[in-house]
Design a protein around this ligand. Structure first.
Ligand SMILES: Nc1ncnc2c1ncn2[C@@H]1O[C@H](COP(=O)(O)OP(=O)(O)OP(=O)(O)O)[C@@H](O)[C@H]1O
Length: 321
């Protein structure tokens, strides 16, 4: 996989955040329990209407197919005759045949370039997206409050702590007891009384992480929340992740930061174009992924240099002319 940088891959649009910020020691190895999650040959397919989303998905390297038009009954065909065509329907095959088993006490990082299917996989595991085919078996209640979580931007942070807590199965009394801790963990101060739409993306991500981990869930899903925090927040998050694992919970962490994955995880899944290309110990998978990312960087900077030169010259020529 790592040596296999295709020309198509080289043009993919992705973040290459392999920065080396100091997140701390590597995740502690603890004895693992029984399986808590089994994902078996999972496929997730999105239907996309119109052309723009399709182009975006193709740019990210996802597998896009033109969907067969649904068969309409004769009467509908007759009534619809002459209506304007609203655009083609495409299918984005975002997750393609992914299988793995997670055990109690594991902390599993998910890496992959933009559009490789990481968030879709997490959302499918939590039951937010139904599988196209394949199955997900979960023992316990997954808590996902990633960047796309359904908190209400027009409501205050306080109200969102309440809603988020209830959504995670906490009682109003438990939410009351945890309230100050959540605000302190998220470090949002008096912003807690303002609508979430007034928050910076970092504040919102921190609050989501604080809510999702407040009740020590069976399975904690973290989607990029840690990328937006400072060193102190990362240290607090790491301690919280360890706490979940110590209590036999399982943690999934999606991040573009390899150093964060290395510090917080014991195992890594690498997704590429919807497929699971590697699943193994942190050092092994991150080493292979780093090599892949470097190769891409080189391929991309080569391509971009040409493009930029052409662009600049083109501008100059125009002004001269
Ligand atoms: N609701 C949706 N409708 C249509 N296509 C979607 C939808 N959500 C995701 N996709 C497509 O599925 C593919 C996988 O997206 P996903 O967000 O899971 O990738 P990712 O690895 O999490 O990316 P990133 O690192 O940029 O967050 C992409 O091609 C994306 O465009």
């Amino acid at each position: 996989m790592t040596d296999d940088v295709t020309e198509a891959d080289a043009h993919l649009d992705f973040d290459l955040e392999v920065e080396e910020d100091d997140v701390g020691e590597h995740a502690e190895a603890i004895p693992l329990g029984d399986p808590c999650l089994v994902v078996d040959d999972l496929h997730i397919v999105f239907r996309v209407f119109g052309g723009k989303s399709r182009e975006q998905a193709e740019k990210s390297g996802a597998h896009v197919e033109k969907a067969a038009p649904p068969k309409k009954p004769f009467v509908k065909r007759l009534l619809g005759a002459g209506r304007q065509h609203v655009g083609a329907v495409s299918e984005v095959h975002a997750v393609r045949g992914v299988s793995f088993t997670a055990r109690h006490g594991e902390s599993i990082g998910i890496v992959g370039i933009n559009g490789s299917g990481k968030s879709t996989l997490l959302r499918a595991v939590t039951g937010l997206i139904p599988p196209h085919s394949g199955s997900v078996f979960v023992d316990g209640e997954p808590a996902l409050l990633g960047v796309n979580a359904a908190l209400m931007p027009q409501m205050t942070g306080a109200k969102n702590i309440e809603i988020g807590g209830l959504a995670l199965g906490m009682t109003p009394k438990q939410i009351d007891e945890k309230f100050d801790e959540v605000v302190e963990f998220a470090d949002i101060g008096s912003f807690v009384d303002l609508p979430m739409k007034t928050y910076s993306s970092g504040m919102a991500a921190r609050l989501r992480f604080a809510i999702s981990s407040a009740a020590i869930p069976d399975i904690l899903m973290v989607d990029e929340a840690l990328a937006t925090g400072d060193a102190a927040f990362k240290a607090r998050s790491k301690a919280r992740i360890e706490e979940v694992r110590q209590q036999a919970g399982t943690v999934f962490l999606v991040s573009h930061s390899i150093s964060t994955i290395e510090a917080m995880c014991t195992r890594v899944l690498w997704m590429h174009q919807g497929k699971l290309v590697m699943d193994g110990p942190v050092e092994e998978v991150t080493a292979a992924y780093r090599q892949f990312v470097r190769a891409h960087r080189q391929a991309r900077s080569g391509g971009r240099a040409g493009g930029t030169r052409r662009g600049r010259n083109g501008g100059k020529n125009k002004r001269k002319g």
